[in-house]
Unconditional design. Structure first.
Length: 203
């Protein structure tokens, strides 16, 4: 084989991705050239799968708390949002658990608590029945997303959402690291903002 033919064949094989030409010869694409070392492949952090009912409204702050805590403990999140209409979340959970690198799963259930719209409907029904708010009936909303914008502005309880997310990650990772540890129950104190929908109890 002449040098010209050899160079032509090497060039053709390089175009096909079979080898890389180097000074004085060629090497396979999966073989580092002599005298050179391949850079180490980046290590992928172990993952925690997280399934929440929605990626909006209540959940962004919770997710932020989860991400920060997971990163601080050397993990990453595999995040999925299910719709509130999804009746069975098990297939989605099973797919997430089969993902390479996933070590644990956090699932937030879809708690059908009254939202601000339902609260306003309750207020309208009370007023239509001659019940004064807050004179006869005090109403407290949960979560304080838009409670201040209502008429009357609603007294509301707001959970520490970022802390809720961080605590969930801590509890899961502690359980993974110490499978035999005693069960723990954690309580986080919410903040109460008093507005015009609550008043003293009727005499």
């Amino acid at each position: 084989m002449t040098p010209v033919t050899l160079r032509r064949d090497l060039a053709a094989m390089e175009r096909r991705g079979l080898l890389t030409r180097v000074h004085g010869g060629a090497v396979r694409v999966d073989q580092p050239p002599r005298g050179r070392t391949e850079p180490p492949k980046p290590q992928t952090a172990p993952a925690l799968a997280v399934l929440v009912p929605s990626l909006s409204f209540y959940w962004p702050e919770v997710i932020t708390g989860m991400k920060r805590k997971a990163a601080a403990r050397g993990h990453r999140l595999l995040l999925r949002g299910a719709s509130y209409e999804l009746l069975d979340e098990r297939p989605m959970m099973e797919r997430m658990l089969r993902t390479e690198g996933v070590q644990g799963l956090l699932v937030a259930p879809n708690m059908q608590s009254p939202q601000a719209a339902e609260v306003m409907a309750m207020i309208e029904a009370a007023l239509s029945a001659g019940i004064s708010v807050p004179g006869d009936l005090s109403i407290v909303s949960y979560d304080d997303e838009i409670a201040e914008l209502m008429t009357p502005p609603l007294t509301a309880v707001k959970p520490p959402r970022a802390e809720v997310g961080a605590a969930a990650v801590d509890l899961l990772l502690d359980r993974l690291e110490q499978p035999g540890r005693a069960l723990r129950q954690l309580s986080l104190t919410p903040a109460l903002t008093i507005r015009e929908s609550t008043g003293p109890a009727p005499a």
